[in-house]
Write a protein that binds this ligand. Structure first.
Ligand SMILES: Nc1ncnc2c1ncn2[C@@H]1O[C@H](COP(=O)(O)OP(=O)(O)OP(=O)(O)O)[C@@H](O)[C@H]1O
Ligand SMILES: [Mg+2]
Length: 258
């Protein structure tokens, strides 16, 4: 997995509107190679809508999305698929594929239709199975897995794609606390460029370099966890009354709702 080259992600005044309704408004962000960004915000804030502009599902109504200074919407869909790996909120699972085959699908962006797996593909798939501790599941049907096990398979699929940017939409959904921490630490240590929508503010502060807070489709704040997770922002955006402290072991900001 080490040959993944992290890329630069640039959002340049990105807006996204559908049926005359603007879901994402004028978002600018520069993500450095290897940086991990946590995208925060209440339900309906526009996190998934914004992430879809990066994995080439929502075409921005204004602004540009650039990877390594190339406008992804000016390149082909297959180029985009080689650059961006995505793990999404609710992926359908009602198909008779094994875990191995679901992970192998991650290689399709690099291959012609129906081209068989070569040694390089097989090495990447084996490495991803090992990294995510999925070897015992390789021959199981994907749909027979628990929600958390499926989530790890989808991360493995995104990794074999060897993208320069990894987009995660609530990757810790369905995971128990042990696997939430493991997954975020694992992704953080990959050294790849990551943008992840997260709901657990404390874990986001522990693992992300910067946090960006969306509110009604707009960027309310973006910066260090300390600067973004202020009592004011928590009250304004999440409508909670919270006291801020620090995790005594990690030193990161820790939120205690009242
Ligand atoms: N196709 C659409 N037409 C109209 N409204 C839409 C459409 N898609 C999304 N929305 C609305 O846009 C808003 C933003 O949705 P989005 O899924 O981006 O939110 P989110 O921040 O990811 O929320 P969550 O935390 O619940 O996943 C929501 O109010 C949603 O109902
Ligand atoms: Mg969402």
């Amino acid at each position: 997995m080490t040959q993944i080259q992290p890329g630069t992600l640039t959002l340049d005044r990105v807006s996204y509107a559908v049926n005359g309704k603007t879901l994402v408004r004028d978002i600018s962000l520069e993500v450095a190679p290897g940086e991990m960004i946590g995208l925060l915000g209440p339900n309906g804030a526009g996190k998934s809508s914004l992430l879809r502009t990066i994995y080439r599902t929502n075409r921005p109504s204004a602004g540009r999305v650039l990877i390594n200074d190339e406008d992804i919407w000016k390149r082909s869909a297959s180029w985009g698929a080689r650059q961006v790996g995505a793990v999404l909120q609710d992926m359908p699972a009602d198909f008779p594929l094994t875990v191995h085959d679901v992970i192998a699908m991650g290689r399709s962006a690099h291959k012609r239709l129906l081209e068989p797996d070569n040694d390089h593909d097989r090495r990447l798939i084996a490495a991803a199975l090992a990294l995510l501790q999925l070897e015992p599941f390789a021959d199981r049907l994907f749909r027979s897995l628990s929600g958390g096990e499926r989530q790890r398979v989808l991360v493995a699929r995104a990794l074999v794609q060897q993208p320069s940017i990894l987009v995660l939409d609530e990757p810790t959904n369905h995971l128990d606390i042990h696997h939430q921490i493991n997954l975020l630490r694992f992704v953080r240590n990959l050294g790849i460029t990551v943008i992840a929508a997260l709901h657990d503010l404390n874990l986001a502060a522990m693992f992300c370099d910067r946090l960006c807070l969306l509110h009604n489709g707009q960027m309310q704040a973006c910066g260090t966890p300390e600067s973004v997770l202020s009592e004011e922002n928590l009250a304004d955006v999440f409508r909670i009354d919270a006291t801020l402290t620090r995790n005594p072991r990690t030193g990161t900001v820790w939120i205690m709702p009242a």
